[in-house]
Design a binder for this molecule. Structure first.
Ligand code: ADP
Length: 258
């Protein structure tokens, strides 16, 4: 628990640092873009100069997009947890997931019968799922399959065995992509760790997912096999609420595959 506290303080400090840098950096980029636009208007209409200035402007724009993501990461809006029926949430997100995966990736969804609800910020969980789907898409450039399984299982680690009465719910997202070697897997959820190269990855996707689960009393487990694929497991503690207390979610779909 001490280690976890330390970790969450570190994340907070890192978030503040990232936020501060992102903010100042964004101001600098605005100044650079502004000057470049002025130059573009005043300089003679030489195609080579125009191209160079365009390149510089595009670089500044990419920088702005990155600082935008950093700011979103650092801001860490307060969570609004509520009771969520996972099969309904996935069903509602399915079209958007398919859109972000593209046509060459099939989605398969399955859910164990009678899933209890979990307590989580639904909007943040949707963003987390989209982050995971984006990674899956990047790992399957030639297409493949994304499998989403919602199941109920025992505690995932020895640390939790003193709470075996609490039921655990697992939302697992598997892809048939390139997978990760051990070193990449160990660092995948670290903030700013990315293997995607400049301009492509920010290294914030999985660390945001990790943060959401930690703050929701759950945990993130990553499993990967090089050349075969990756499974992202999001573990939640089930809420055993009396019937009728499930706000804003459908209880009907909880016992069927979606
Ligand atoms: P980003 O996507 O910006 O790189 P993430 O934190 O989401 O940041 O991921 C960090 C790294 O973990 C990725 O760059 C990639 O190397 C690895 N990774 C994450 N998800 C997958 C996956 N589904 N398959 C293979 N590698 C992955």
């Amino acid at each position: 628990a001490h280690e976890e506290l330390l970790q969450s303080r570190k994340m907070e400090a890192l978030g503040q640092l990232a936020g501060g840098i992102a903010h100042d950096f964004n101001n600098l980029l605005m100044a650079i873009s502004g000057s470049l636009e002025l130059l573009q208007r005043r300089l003679p209409n030489d195609p080579q100069i125009t191209r160079l200035i365009d390149n510089a402007l595009q670089g500044a724009q990419r920088g702005s997009a990155l600082t935008g993501r950093l700011l979103a990461f650092a801001r860490r809006q307060p969570l609004e947890p509520r009771l969520v029926d996972l099969p309904s949430l996935i069903e509602g997100l399915r079209d958007l997931l398919q859109l972000s995966l593209g046509g060459d990736i099939q989605i398969e969804v399955s859910a164990s019968p009678a899933m209890p609800p979990v307590m989580v910020d639904a909007a943040q969980l949707e963003l987390a799922l989209l982050n995971v789907a984006t990674n899956a898409r990047d790992a399957m450039p030639d297409g493949g399959r994304l499998t989403i399984r919602i199941s109920q299982e025992e505690a995932p680690s020895a640390r939790d065995t003193d709470r075996t009465l609490a039921r655990r719910v697992c939302l697992a997202i598997s892809d048939t992509g390139e997978g990760m070697d051990e070193e990449t897997l160990a660092r995948a959820a670290d903030p700013f760790f990315t293997t995607k190269g400049p301009g492509k990855g920010t290294g914030l996707g999985l660390s945001v997912v990790h943060g959401l689960l930690e703050e929701s009393g759950g945990r993130l487990i990553l499993k990967s096999w090089k050349g075969e694929g990756t499974t992202v497991e999001m573990w939640f503690t089930a809420v055993t609420a009396p019937q009728g207390q499930l706000a804003n979610t459908s209880t009907k779909s909880s016992d069927k595959s979606v």
